[in-house]
Design a protein around this ligand. Structure first.
Ligand code: CP
Ligand code: NVA
Length: 331
């Protein structure tokens, strides 16, 4: 499989075979890392990591993975570069493309990362936009494969804010990979119809399915994977909290949900998660709105069914696979 020179902006641009290849390559790279085998195939190359929003997992994954592959990294934080303020995306792309062999971008609209990719002349990787989080998807597929032994045919329910990057990404991923997705949310939070239709058309070809429901009882029955994400995403206004909590509370992942899903179901979350009050925002909002846990209860988060830290680790192995493949490390 030759992915050299390709961008990684959204999974709509990739075939099921290419997606599967990246998952399998990540599994191989993970195995080699655990064995202590060095895979520094990209020695002498350099990547730029642009973060217009904050990050723990994605940034650390790109940095560790790049260093493991033998590359240098430059981190551009949300404030201290000229991007967007004094310099356009097209100009930034052409500058960075002269210096670096690959560029990661985390930020706002998908059109920004698409524009960056149009002008850069080197592979561009989407580290999260408002619309999509494709590197997270490869990590989640690897985790599902490790835990359940298969991807095709897996039943996954996504609970909560179904109109943003994570739910959009799951629609595309499940459609491409022949998985059965249930989006379980208040209908005000259902995704854009156009993307739903696109994904349903793809699913019809692959044997997958996409179901939208407002019923948390029906929606969570007999699922293999229960997935959730925060109810207020990065970059959204503070005023959103009160209404989100009111609208999305019926879709919290708690013990009842996991029991309905079944004892073999796994719980996944891209993280960070509000499962207790041990964070600044969690404490502040908890006091304001009278909660101790939000999208997932602490009990489920800490339970044996929860695989969230394996999932977080897999971000690094899969981002390594994405960079290695698109930079042509093995061709
Ligand atoms: N899941 C994820 O993207 O985490 P970060 O925001 O910490 O990168
Ligand atoms: N929906 C979340 C995902 C974080 C990984 C956000 O955009 O903040």
């Amino acid at each position: 499989m030759d992915l050299k020179g390709r961008n990684f902006l959204k999974l709509l641009d990739y075939t099921p075979e290419e997606i599967e290849y990246l998952v399998n390559l990540a599994a191989d790279l993970k195995y080699m890392k655990k064995k202590g085998v060095l895979v520094d195939k990209l020695r002498g190359k350099n990547v730029a990591l642009i973060f217009e929003k904050t990050s723990t997992r994605t940034r650390c994954s790109f940095e560790v993975a790049a260093h493991d592959l033998g590359m240098g990294t430059t981190y551009l934080d949300p404030k201290s570069s000229q991007i967007g303020m004094k310099e356009s995306i097209a100009d930034t792309a052409r500058v960075l493309g002269r210096m670096f062999d690959g560029i990661e971008y985390r930020g706002y609209g998908q059109e920004i990362v698409e524009e960056l990719a149009r002008y850069a002349g080197v592979p561009v990787w989407n580290g999260l936009t408002n619309e999509f989080h494709p590197t997270q998807m490869i990590a989640d597929l690897l985790t599902i494969k490790e835990k359940l032994g298969r991807i095709k045919g897996v039943k996954l329910v996504y609970m909560g804010d179904a109109r943003y990057n994570m739910a959009n990404s799951w629609m595309v991923t499940c459609a491409k990979m022949g998985m059965h997705l249930t989006l379980c949310s208040n209908k005000e939070y259902f995704p854009e119809e156009k993307l739903v239709k696109t994904c349903m058309d793809i699913a019809a070809e692959t044997g997958g399915s996409i179901t939208l429901t407002e019923d948390p009882i029906e929606g969570t029955k007999d699922q293999d994977v229960v997935y959730t994400d925060v109810w207020v995403s990065m970059g959204e206004p503070d005023e959103a909290w009160a209404k989100r909590i009111k609208d999305l509370s019926p879709y919290q992942v708690n013990r009842d949900v996991m029991e309905r899903a079944g004892k073999d179901a796994i719980f996944m979350h891209c993280l960070p998660a509000y499962h207790d009050l041990k964070t600044e925002i969690g404490r502040e909002k908890g006091e304001q709105f009278g909660f101790t846990e939000l999208e997932v209860t602490d009990e489920v988060f800490e339970s044996a069914q929860s695989v969230v830290f394996d999932e977080a680790e897999n971000r690094m192995h899969t981002i390594k696979a994405i960079m290695a493949a698109t930079m042509g490390a093995f061709v």
